[in-house]
Design a protein. Structure first.
Length: 370
């Protein structure tokens, strides 16, 4: 498959939106972003799924393990090793924590060992105050492998070539029904951390991405032929905003039935809105396109390090307002005044800029010393 910079730009926009949302932006903006930014990652991942893997499962699973499980384990262990040190140097403390009032504590030797086991065996046990976005690694790994299994089972069970074409749609329908049942009855998959809702909805959106790929060229031609990119994007944005105002939802692991019902439509329309904007940006080879493509190609580093990067801005905010220095331990950002000021903009710049800047410097250093 040829290089698709539209999808890279979409991923770049998505990761920027994630960093904005984690920075405690204005509530209306946060609610708008949460409608679609995480589903967008699953949709873009599913976009690149190929039916060739139905006959080469080992290659697909190896790629998923290398790209998701290995970095998850590596960085979870590193942050686990640093957890108690973060208390000693003041980055974490037992006074300030998340917006709900929860705090974290130093680990004893037994807790360190248990977290280590959880990291390897369940893709859990990561430091929630330093690695708060790490659930995505597990979610995408489970979603993509589950999609492969469902596709292979259904494809092998259907003999008619005509009906085989319906398999991707059937998978999405099955997953929607299961997720609806699960959220309505508050059921949990006890073998998956957080109960499996995110993983199953992730699989649904992964399937949506695969289906969209079949129509992507036709969709692009339609948008270009009728000069519809801008006005359709405005319509999509208005619908997503309407959902975020009247029926707010997200890929929360605690989603109730109403939140489940209200998620698929704004999530997919939010993807189409982002895809439209990405198509426009992709038409010109300028700094904005190059930046977003680079960002989209390095979302992993931003997932891993944006919360740590926030701490730089937290220090500035503490100095600016004369706050208790221990508020550096707030997760993910300093909560005080967060809905009154514009520090979320600085948090966003740091959350994107510091990981990308370090990545760029590292790449230049490697190139120079090869």
């Amino acid at each position: 498959m040829s290089r698709n910079t539209v999808i890279s730009i979409s991923k770049g926009i998505a990761i920027i939106l994630m960093v904005i949302a984690h920075a405690e932006a204005p509530n209306w903006l946060n609610k708008f972003i949460f409608e679609f930014h995480m589903p967008l990652f699953f949709i873009t991942a599913g976009y690149f799924f190929s039916v060739k893997y139905l006959h080469d499962e080992a290659t697909f699973i190896k790629k998923r393990i290398k790209g998701l499980y290995v970095p998850f384990v590596k960085w979870s262990i590193i942050f686990l090793a640093l957890h108690n040190l973060m208390f000693k140097i003041g980055i974490l403390n037992e006074t300030y924590g998340n917006a709900m009032g929860g705090v974290t504590h130093p680990y004893n030797w037994h807790q360190i060992q248990q977290n280590l086991w959880n990291i390897f065996t369940a893709m859990a046990g990561y430091d929630t105050f330093l690695c708060g976005a790490f659930w995505f690694f597990r979610g995408l790994l489970v979603a993509s492998i589950l999609y492969l299994i469902l596709y292979k089972v259904l494809d092998s069970g259907i003999k008619s070539e005509k009906w085989k074409k319906a398999v991707p749609y059937l998978i999405c329908l099955i997953l929607l029904l299961l997720c609806g049942w699960k959220s309505y009855e508050k059921l949990k998959i006890v073998t998956l951390v957080q109960g499996g809702y995110r993983d199953m909805m992730g699989c649904f959106f992964f399937g949506c991405g695969f289906i969209f790929r079949q129509y992507a060229d036709s969709y692009k031609a339609l948008m270009m032929r009728h000069h519809a990119i801008i006005w359709t994007s405005v319509v999509f944005a208005a619908i997503v905003y309407s959902f975020s105002y009247h029926l707010p939802s997200s890929m929360s692991w605690q989603a109730n039935f109403e939140q489940f019902i209200s998620l698929p439509v704004p999530a997919f329309l939010g993807f189409l809105m982002t895809y439209n904007i990405s198509m426009l940006l992709d038409k010109r080879d300028n700094w904005a396109k190059r930046f977003l493509v680079y960002t989209g190609d390095h979302t992993l580093n931003i997932f891993i390090f944006h919360i740590v990067a926030y701490k730089v801005v937290s220090l500035i905010k503490i100095w600016y307002y004369g706050l208790d220095m221990q508020q550096i331990g707030c997760h993910m950002v300093v909560h005080e005044h967060s809905q009154e000021d514009a520090f979320w903009i600085l948090y966003t710049i740091a959350g994107i800029g510091i990981p990308l800047g370090c990545t760029w410097i590292g790449e230049k250093w490697k190139t120079k010393h090869q």
